[in-house]
Write a protein that binds this ligand. Structure first.
Ligand SMILES: [Zn+2]
Length: 89
């Protein structure tokens, strides 16, 4: 079903999703990621989770004195981006 081109875009997108939800990509990369998300349910799901996570962290930052430990955000991202590698297999 998915050709090599799809798989290429898939790994390209996976490597950039975190920067994508941070609005941290240049317009060309952003375009490419968005096009892939349109046709890949898996990446779209990860992008949504990351966006929820970021919104949640932003909320905590604004409304609580308690800060997540440095690096925590990155750990959560890695778990989201590589669900298979976080323990259960
Ligand atoms: Zn994908």
């Amino acid at each position: 079903v998915h050709g090599p081109r799809f798989l290429l875009e898939h790994s390209f997108t996976r490597r950039r999703l975190s920067a994508y939800v941070d609005r941290d990509l240049d317009p060309r990369e952003r375009d490419r990621v968005e096009r892939h998300i349109d046709e890949c349910r898996e990446c779209a799901g990860v992008a949504r989770s990351l966006e929820r996570l970021l919104a949640c962290l932003a909320f905590l930052g604004r409304h609580s004195r308690c800060r997540l430990a440095p690096g925590m955000c990155e750990t959560l991202r890695i778990r989201l981006l590589h669900p298979g590698e976080a323990g259960k297999r």
